[in-house]
Design a protein around this ligand. Sequence first.
Ligand code: ARG
Length: 470
Amino acid sequence: MSAERPNTSAPSASQMWGGRFARGPAAIMEKINVSIDFDKRLADQDIAGSKAHAAMLAKQGIITQADADAIRDGLDRVKQEIDSGAFVFKTELEDIHMNVEARLAELVGEPAKRLHTGRSRNDQVATDFKLWVRDAMDRMDAGLAALQAALIDLAEQHTDTVMPGFTHLQAAQPVTFGHHLLAYVEMLGRDRGRFRDARARLNECPLGSAALAGTPFPLDRHMTAEALGFNRPTANSLDGVSDRDFALEYLAAASICAVHLTRFAEEIVLWCSDQFRFIRLSDAFTTGSSIMPQKKNPDAAELVRAKAGRVVGALNGLLMVMKGLPLAYSKDMQEDKVPVFETDDTLALCVAAMEGMVRDMTPNPKAMREAAERGFLTATDLADWLVRVLGMPFREAHHVTGRAVKLAEDKGVKLAELPLADMRSIEPRITEEVFQVLTVEASVASRQSFGGTAPTRVQEAVKAARERFL
Ligand code: ARG
């Protein structure tokens, strides 16, 4: 097919703008212009928007009630055809809006031609897309809540399971496994909050902005806004058709959420390794190696870690599409949908996979405890004891503790196993009592500050998390 030659197999000119055009587009023009392959995902929203618009046109006396009824029934039939798979999407009709309208005309004739009164595809697509993104936000909220529920359930069983807490991925202080899991519950709670905030800003209806300037027809924009579940109509018609902030905010919230998931996914990868053995994933969430029979790989976690690239890429992609676009609508904005659809598919899959892994994982408290015993994790507890009991300044206590750690290291024993005489050789005022704070259990139990890792606090936090998030 030559790029210059008109596509002679297409209708001689568009059904929608045939008045001005003598013939159809070049094949390559149709190819670059067409969006039906992806925007067919807006079908439900497009039909809902058209039904609201037609009902409003009738109420305002712009079309007859009989026409509005015919349009409504016809749109219901179009929806049935789409749902059943019988609908034939046509690339020569470019996008979902024209596909639906053309089929409506085939089904109901004359009244269909009145549907586009007082509207344009510009406000139509902005409305459809907002409706779609709003649904996506609601689905995402439910998925994230389910992941939080899985984390909270697991945390509840491990409020006093001791594991090493890390900074710099170096064992730092003992924490409880439940406490660690609840950290992700907080992150996901903020992710849900970001989607909620964006949803509230999104929820103004562009319908009735028409092409860009508004319309001379006496529309009731408040009526269509309300019918479609929006809080109000958009206040400025130019902004109404050219705002894609809602998609950018969705992608930004999704990007942060995806990055959060990568952090947890990375920990799952680490925890499954033979070096950690903190958890085990069953056959249901691992794969084998075609060459190394001993392997069980945490592929799902690795893929969650990787797929964030697509989501962040989608955000960057749409930011670039929108950058420098003059008001109002430009065709560039047709490129808004693929990144959003791909992000929704990807993130929903990742959230579900994470929930699956959390429900699947078997923690290994013994391995966690052993790891917490290594590496002098209660050194800070010794320093704190010197401050509290002996009144030593913290900087000095830090120094004394450092010498005790070194001595224990040289002798190949844990801090709690260092004989009292050795302790006293470093600081003569140390008493037998010090050993009470040097076990990992005592260490976590002592961290009673609000938000701290003490099992009693974690039990409270589990309860509070259920109330706050579920
Ligand atoms: N398919 C278009 C989009 O997704 C619909 C709006 C087209 N508007 C126009 N003036 N050509 O953005």
